[in-house]
Design a protein around this ligand. Structure first.
Ligand SMILES: *Cc1c(COP(=O)(O)O)cnc(C)c1O
Length: 295
């Protein structure tokens, strides 16, 4: 499965960091150029469960640029499963780069209308003997896998704050479950006004008391899921030129932007040791025109 030897800690040296405040980035994006960092962890126990129950086919749901779709296609191929991707929307004349890669990893793509996509239970009934993973890999097995992310970090107890992007909240829940009492988890929601995410995260926690360990910020979606106004693109260029940090338009650029603002506004207090999870997802930049980003 994942090749963790390329994962490293990238320490950010920046003039906006107050005295005695440190910011490290866990570069899960280095696991694989196409298959997103956190998805490896999230898929691990679903595939183990599918294998244990002797399924040969694994299916899931997603959009045309979904990191989860491409990661599922790849992980299934590596692990000897057939894979099916139920894709939201009619089949386009030209498949996205993401879907072309998924098909290359032998995923069978099934396009359904946006309306049909909403009724997951009905869609599931059309396939027999199939192991289903929820959209985005949401669920407790996903959180269990994501809970292992921090086990690859040296001296992880020295960090006071762990920050990551929140989509379905599965990775975030896994991190909350695995941090220690003295640590805080900060999640950056990438969807607009997605306040129900708080409860969806709580549902995946091992102890209801862990709800006191985390905060989710809702002010960094830049207009909504996958929206990438010029200000965000400029910030991504800046992050590359100043810190050699590549980011993606959906998750990690918004997270890094939020980290900078939370630190400079002292919402993350001075003297904190912050670990930001770079959860990967760079393939999500493929809808951009060539040359918009320098990496
Ligand atoms: C899927 C994804 C996330 C969000 O993970 P969730 O567990 O759905 O919250 C964050 N970053 C990247 C790069 C992703 O692909």
């Amino acid at each position: 499965m994942p090749d963790l030897k390329n994962v490293n800690i990238h320490s950010i040296k920046a003039n906006w960091l107050p005295n005695a405040t440190t910011l490290d980035v866990l570069r899960l994006d280095n696991i694989h150029p196409v298959v997103s960092g956190n998805k490896w962890f999230k898929l691990k126990y679903y595939l183990a469960d599918a294998r244990q129950q002797q399924y040969k086919t694994v299916a899931t749901f997603g959009g045309a640029y979904s990191n989860h779709i491409i990661a599922t296609a790849y992980a299934c191929k590596e692990n000897g499963f057939k894979s099916i991707g139920i894709i939201r929307g009619e089949k386009p004349a030209q498949l996205s780069g993401t879907l072309l890669s998924a098909a290359e990893y032998s995923m069978q793509l099934q396009f359904v209308t946006r309306d049909a996509f909403k009724n997951k239970e009905l869609l599931k009934q059309q396939f027999s003997n199939t192991y289903w993973i929820d959209e985005g890999g949401y669920g407790s097995l996903g959180a269990t896998g994501a809970g292992e992310i921090l086990s690859i970090v040296d001296k992880v107890e020295n960090y006071s704050h762990i920050v990551c992007a929140v989509g379905t909240g599965t990775m975030f829940a896994g991190l909350i479950n695995s941090i220690k009492e003295h640590q805080r988890a900060i999640g950056i929601s990438v969807l607009k006004n997605n306040y129900s995410i708080h409860n969806e995260v709580v549902q995946l926690l091992h102890d209801p008391g862990y709800a006191g360990r985390f905060t989710i910020f809702h002010d960094y979606h830049f207009g909504g899921y996958a929206k990438h106004p010029a200000e965000l693109i400029a910030f991504m260029n800046d992050a590359w030129h100043k810190y050699q940090l590549p980011t993606d338009i959906v998750y990690t650029a918004k997270t890094f932007y939020a980290v900078r603002q939370l630190i400079t506004r002292h919402i993350i207090p001075q003297g904190s040791n912050v670990l930001m999870i770079h959860s990967g997802g760079l393939q999500g930049n493929t809808p951009l025109q060539k040359g918009v980003l320098p990496f």
